[in-house]
Structures are given as C-alpha cells and as structure tokens.
Design a protein around this ligand. Structure first.
Ligand code: NDP
Ligand code: 2IT
Length: 449
C-alpha cells in the first residue's frame, strides 16, 4: 500500500469501512486523504477533539431516487439517480453529475469526497457534492437523452438551488445534458435561476472558458510543476488518455505550450500519431459526430489504432490521465517511469491506483493528484456562478487569466504545504493537507453541525 496511516486515524478509517460496506472507490479516496492527516492532528488537537475527520467522512445528505423514462421503442426504462451532498462548510454543495453504467453509490461518494478538498483548494466559496446515474448515454438518441434528463431533474430539482447545491457536468454529462436539465428545472420551478447549474450554453448564462477549463487548468498545473524543476512543456512528448471534454482541452493547451501529444484513447482502444494528434479532427469526431476514436485512422492514414491497447505503453515525458478512475495501475506507473516520464498530471479523478501513486512518489517524478491538477473545471464553474450572481459575462481573455491565476495558486498552496509538513515535492500530502485545513477551520467555527 501507500504511506502509513497514523495510529490516531486508523480507528476512524476502520469505522468508514464498517459503515460503508462494498464502496471500494470511496474507501480508496478516504484512505488516501487520511494517510496524509496524521501530522495535522498532532499540530491541531482541536480537530480531533471536535471529530472533524469523522464528520468530513460522513456526507451531510445522500439522495437516491428512481428515474423512469420511455425509450425510442416505447419501452419503459428505469435507472437510479444519486446526489450526495457531502460538505457545505465553505459554500453550497458543488460538483458534477456523472452518467455512466458503472455508477453506484460508492463512485458518487468517492467523487463527492474528493470534491470537498478540490473545491477548498480553489480558494472559492464552494462546498463539495456529486451526483449522477447508471444511465448510459452511449447509442441513445437525443430524444432519449432529453427524456432521461427531464425525468432525472423532476426529482433532483427539489434538492438543488443557487444557494443550496449547484450541479455541473462530468463523464457523460456535457452541454447537451445541462441544457435539457436546465430547461426542466426552469419549467418546474418557474424560475430562470442561472446559478443552479454550471456548464450552461454561452447565450443562456454559461461562462466562456468553462468548456476548456479542466483541461487547460490541468496543463497549467503541470506547467507549474515543470517550472519548479527548471523544465517546460516545450518539445516534450506527451500522452493524454480519454478523448472527452477533459482530454480534448488538455491536448489543446499542451500544444499551445509547445508540447506534442502523440496518443489519446477511449474505452475501446488508443490512437498513436507520431506527428502529433490532430485536435480539430478529434473534436469533429467526438464533439460533433459523437463517434469512436477509432475513426481517426480513417482520416490520418499514417496514424495507428490499437484495439484494447494500453495507452501507458506509449513512451512519453508527460502523462495526463483524463478518462476515469484507476486507469493507471502499478505496472503502468512502473512502465511510464521506465520509459522516461518525468511528470504526471491527473485530469481525471483518482486515475492512479495506490500502487501506482507509490511508484510515482518513490521515483520522485512530478506527480499532480487530481484534486489539485483538475481543480480548474470546478473553479471556472465558480466563476460562472459569480457572473450569474451579478448578471454579467466576462470575455475569454479575462476568464482564462483568472483560471490561470487560480491554478498557479493551487500549485503554490500544495507546494508550500508539502514543504511545511516536511514532505517537499509531494503534492499528494500538500493537496490533502491544504484542502483539509480550510474546511476543518470553517467546520470548527460553525460548531457541531
Ligand atoms: P467525457 O464523458 O467527456 O469523456 C470521458 C472519456 O473517458 C471518454 O473518452 C471515455 O471513453 C473515457 N472513459 C470514461 N469511462 C471510462 C472507463 N470506465 N474506461 C475507459 N475509458 C473511459 O468526460 P470528462 O472528460 O468530463 O471526464 C473525464 C475525467 O475527468 C473523469 O474522471 C471526470 O471525473 C474528470 N473531471 C471532469 C471535469 C469536467 O469539468 N468535466 C472536472 C474535473 C475532473 P468512452 O467514450 O469509450 O466511454
Ligand atoms: O470533478 C469535477 O470537478 C467536475 N466534474 C466539475 C464539477 C463542477 O461543478 O464544475
């Protein structure tokens, strides 16, 4: 496993295991944070006295609901919907909705738990939450997706609001789904309440740069880690897994910063293009035509498609996992390091297994964990909320400059906190402690609630 857990914290973790049986991803996310917190409790006995860690591990509210809808053949379908409102010490619950067949409570809870610390790291007033459904948007018609989203919102609307809980996108939820959900929320409540959802369209309350924000932010974070080491993206060979929202804009920013991305993927396989990925083509295939990444090689004959291939076998200096949880295991991590990888920035949430994280940390490469590296998406959601609150919209340059500054600050806070706690260069410890302390202080101030 990874680091040792402090003996004061072991019973807390055991209680989490006992109270949440079978939720393995949630256990993994909690363990990774708790392993960093021993020295914090030693320094701050008041956090232990007021059971801050125990309270943070228990969601404030968990909502599970039926989502019935009618498919294009007239058949009734039933999915399960979730919203876990984890922690509201710093602001309204904030976090995305994931639509993917693998979704169950353990995945939503791992994501919601991570979101608490990520949102804290942004420095903006947002609490942590997450939601979603086991609905699979793949292969569904626009009409089916609309009816599903309307049914989902017909229950969710009573739990959310601009000052309560503000959902956004995640895997399987992008601009199309946010539009259908916003339309249904508006209809049911008779309120044009922009701040209830983020990731909206640009002509109805959305913010410029939100679409690009997670990928851009992740590349900025890696750029900061490289700078500390006297390096830059310039001329570096990079690999970005996934080919969805986060992957696409990670590739774009890496190319702007002088790197060359040679491979990206979806759940069926990966493409390798030694000349550098043609991003316009990927966008056409994925964002407009909604096709598989395999189609890339129909247009770029020199490129290769490797069915069911492992993208981490492609030698690179910078790796940015941007698909899903646990996509890099110990063997993949060892292979990346062996092939000369010097930096890993996680666009996805928890994409590296604990064994993989240990290998990156032991090799002392620059490793930016998701809750820090991918914070740019939710940060720009918070900027969207700010614009909505004052009925304003900022231009692209201003919004991107704010995102860039936020990512520099997230990097600096993690870096400095790691040094302060005697673990220089360890962004896992830095992110966990910096994210935790802000939430813990707020909870302490608010009493036992
Ligand atoms: P998208 O739905 O746009 O794209 C997801 C991509 O990952 C697709 O290429 C998909 O391939 C692949 N993928 C998804 N699930 C799996 C799986 N189980 N196995 C293999 N590949 C998979 O999602 P996003 O780009 O928005 O999200 C990607 C990651 O980034 C997630 O971990 C998400 O939590 C995280 N994230 C997203 C943010 C955002 O603002 N959107 C913010 C911060 C983090 P396929 O089409 O074959 O399923
Ligand atoms: O994991 C994440 O941070 C997101 N999916 C974005 C959440 C948001 O509210 O913008």
């Amino acid at each position: 496993m990874t680091a040792q857990m402090d003996e004061k914290i072991i019973p807390i973790y055991q209680e989490v295991l006992a109270r949440n049986p079978g939720e393995v991803e949630f256990h993994q996310a909690v363990r990774e944070v708790l392993e960093s917190l021993g020295p914090v409790l030693t320094k701050h006995p008041e956090f232990a006295h007021y059971k801050i860690i125990e309270r943070i591990c228990e969601p404030e509210r968990q909502i599970i609901f039926r989502v019935p809808w009618v498919d294009h053949q007239g058949k009734v379908q039933i999915n399960r919907g979730f919203r876990v409102e984890f922690n509201s010490a710093l602001g309204p619950y904030k976090g995305g909705l994931r639509f993917h067949p693998s979704v169950y409570l353990g995945i939503i809870k791992f994501l919601g738990f991570e979101q608490i610390f990520k949102n804290s790291l942004t420095g903006l007033p947002i609490g942590g939450g997450k939601g979603g459904s086991d609905f699979d948007p793949k292969g569904k018609t626009d009409g089916e997706v609309m009816r599903f989203c309307q049914s989902f919102m017909t229950e969710l609307y009573r739990h959310i609001g601009e000052h309560t809980d503000v959902p956004a996108g995640d895997i399987g939820v992008g601009g199309r789904e946010i539009g259908f959900m916003f339309g249904q929320y508006k209809r049911i409540t008779n309120r044009w309440e922009a701040g209830v959802l983020t990731g909206k369209g640009l002509n109805w309350g959305g913010s410029l740069v939100r679409t690009e924000a997670t990928g851009y932010g992740a590349a900025y974070f890696v750029d900061e880690m490289l700078k500390v080491r006297g390096e830059s993206f310039d001329g570096k060979t990079c690999v970005v897994s996934g080919s969805g929202n986060v992957a696409i804009y990670t590739i774009e920013k890496i190319h702007q910063l002088g790197g060359k991305v040679v491979a990206c993927s979806d759940s069926s396989g990966y493409i390798y293009d030694e000349k550098g990925i043609d991003l316009e083509l990927v966008q056409q295939l994925k964002e407009i035509e909604r096709r598989r990444i395999e189609a890339y090689v129909d247009y770029r004959k020199h490129a290769k498609y490797i069915t069911k291939g492992n993208i981490w076998e492609v030698p690179c200096q910078v790796a940015m996992p941007s698909a899903t949880q646990n996509e890099i295991n110990g063997k993949d991590a060892a292979l990346l390091v062996k092939n000369g990888c010097i930096a890993v920035g996680e666009g996805a949430n928890m994409p590296t297994t604990p064994e993989g994280v240990k290998i990156f940390l032991d090799a002392k490469i620059a490793y930016g964990p998701g809750k820090a590296a991918n914070a740019g998406g939710v940060a720009t959601s918070a900027l969207e909320m700010q614009q909505n609150a004052v009925r304003d919209s900022w231009d692209f340059e201003e919004t991107e400059a704010r995102l860039h500054k936020i990512m520099k600050n997230v990097h600096r806070d993690c870096f400095e906190m790691a040094e302060k706690y005697g673990a220089p260069g360890n962004y896992v410890i830095g992110a966990n402690i910096a994210g935790f302390i802000k939430v813990a202080r707020a909870m302490l101030a608010m009493g036992v609630v």
